[in-house]
Design a protein around this ligand. Structure first.
Ligand code: TMP
Length: 203
């Protein structure tokens, strides 16, 4: 990887620890920490619609487009300006969450979602994706303890498809994707991430 600002996304299931690890990396590398959805004021409003458990009949295309709208605002207002100013960006979720959740999970066409999101991002995709791969039983146990939002309440099969989607994308592009097993302490997982990024000349 060439030196210069890097756009790194953290991906994985709910409760996998990616938010903690994204924060650790951003602090260590002085990168800008941000998130999708909800990384802007407009995004926060869109996020509250996406997560609202009182909405039972959201169309899956509407769901995908709301996530894409959040992303368009986030890229224009936060991500691209930071990179242009020479600052690296660490984002808790990215376009790859749409491919995993709305594509593999909700079973919308992944190629179409790539095209729509390529437009939404004006072609700005993460340079690197850190995928925190959590054992299935650990996810199930953690989710049982949380208040469930629209996505968390979507059921076991949906979440299995989402995780399989992340694993498929990671396996298809090992240069872009770093897979780290979420096994061990926060420090141990952070050390694995640091080692994997150092090999790639990042962080
Ligand atoms: P989190 O921000 O707490 O990780 O939760 C975000 C939820 O939104 C999670 O269930 C995944 C979902 N999501 C999508 O379905 N599509 C997307 O494009 C993004 C960014 C998130």
């Amino acid at each position: 990887m060439t030196p210069g600002p890097t756009y790194i996304a953290f991906e994985g299931a709910e409760g996998c620890g990616k938010s903690t690890q994204a924060e650790r990396l951003a602090t260590r590398t002085h990168a800008l920490l941000t998130r999708e959805t909800g990384g802007t004021d407009i995004g926060a409003r869109l996020r509250s619609i996406l997560h609202d458990t009182s909405i039972a009949d959201m169309s899956t295309r509407a769901e995908a487009l709301i996530a894409a709208a959040d992303r368009a605002q986030h890229i224009d207002q936060v991500v691209r300006p930071a990179l242009t100013a020479g600052r690296s960006v660490v984002s808790d979720r990215s376009v790859y969450s749409t491919l995993a959740y709305q594509g593999y999970g909700r079973q919308l066409d992944v190629g179409m979602l790539r095209d729509v999101n390529d437009w939404a991002t004006d072609g700005l995709w993460p340079d690197l994706v850190v995928f925190i791969d959590t054992p299935d039983d650990v996810i199930a146990e953690r989710m049982a303890r949380r208040h469930l939002d629209r996505f968390e309440a979507a059921g076991r099969e949906f979440h299995n498809r989402v995780i399989d989607g992340f694993r498929t994308m990671a396996a298809a592009d090992p240069d872009q994707w770093v897979t780290v097993a979420a096994v061990g302490s926060i420090d141990e997982v952070a050390a694995q991430i640091e080692a994997a990024l150092t090999v790639r000349g990042v962080g």
